[in-house]
Design a protein around this ligand. Sequence first.
Ligand code: FES
Length: 517
Amino acid sequence: MVTLRVYRFDPDSGEEGHFDTYDVPYEEGMRVLDGLHYIHDHLDGTLAFRWVCRAGQCGSCGIRINGKAGLACQEPLQGETTLEPLMLFPVVKDLVVDFGEGYRRLYESEPYLSREEPMADPPALLPGDVAPLKDFRSCIECWCCVSACPVANRVWDDYYGPIVMRKLCELDIDSRDLAERVKIALNEGLYHCTTCRNCWAVCPEHIEIPEKAVEKLRAHAVRDGLGPLPGHNTLVQSIKNYRNPWVMPRQRRARWAKGLELSDRGAFMFFAGCSPSLLLGDRLPANVVRVLDRLGMRPAYLGKEELCCGSPLLKVGDEVAYRELAGENIALMKERGVKTLVTTCAGCHKSWATDYRAFFGDFGIEVKHVSEVLWDAFQSGAFTLRDLPENHVTVTYHDPCHLGRGTGVYDAPRNLIRAVPGMRLVEPERIRENSHCCGSGGGVKTAKPEVALEVGKERIRQFEELEPAYIISCCPWCEQHLDDSIAYARASLGATRDLIEIIERTMEVASHERGNC
Ligand code: FES
């Protein structure tokens, strides 16, 4: 038997929504929708849910399955499962929601080929437009992406959501369409997207809306002089002038490394990144070097020659400047003989690990987040973690979107936290691939701080109900915003900690096992 906890709500009863529990006999290969049919046919014929094709084609059976939006006809039924209606949309009954407002917004974006006059002989799609449109065309309008979007869930009036951005980009690419799609997208919240990729994670077709639609529409906006937003201008100019987004002289970025005597060339290079080096004090990059050094993996570091990874340029749409900077970065690392690059900031990590490859293909440098390097070393017995009284606490972990959904690093940070003696890890419902964004990415914190804080407040609410002492994360940018959101939400959580800080204070290295990298 499997137990299904199913959300029940009948608007005619006058009662609040609640959960009912049903035991369903399990058969191999069962899908969630099979379980719902069993309940309806054998246990409770009043249960309302939607389905048509049962083949992942019509998009009608979208619900939340253990907190993650997905298709009931495709998701395997396994173990105790909680089923709820999609978020954001009003519930009609039980698991059925009303998509009316969503469709109204989609129609407002004129989701059809727009021409000035009727076509007597309609032209075919140009062959060159077919390939980039293929991904977008696979959308089955299940609305899972909009339901999972952390921004649409907070400010839907301002951001129409990923499905609309996907449609607008599809029409923007289609050279037969004459409407000004970028202007429509700007009106419908193009710069509200944090590029967190939750829409991709729940999409049955895995359409990469942030990279393939949002960033491309933003690039088009910049080409037309319509973007980025005024709030982004200082950041963009600073990257172009100073090679960092924070209007700081280039020499400043290496201040944290003073006295460490790191070589500026070598096969094993540390990419410290702009925010850890310039904005957030100097503890994090110095801790990374200290920890690696103690393991006999002393990294090289470019010092003041290190460049911004360019991620902010890509996110706000300055694709030309991004390409140039990314190309310079790769050439510089190759010239210095780098074979493995270690990062600590999630944004830098996604840039190097996936975004650069999307633009330049494989460039011959392995990219690892410091948490991966440390977990590998821990597993090989290179160090142990000390039992310190102050580490006997209940903590939680926030998946940075660019590290988790961006590059697939979910386990290493969690494994290291669990390996700290006395530390107890508790987690909210939305973690790993379905983790809720902190709200700060995609240029949103820079140009729309109030939106970033609204999204962050919801993430803090999810953590606060677990009553941890503090949040641990692996991205200084997320950590700073989580702290801002804790203050905004007036939450009773301690200051967010970076995982490396905890490892640095707790690690014990067996000196005879130290080697050279
Ligand atoms: Fe059609 Fe699930 S019933 S997609």
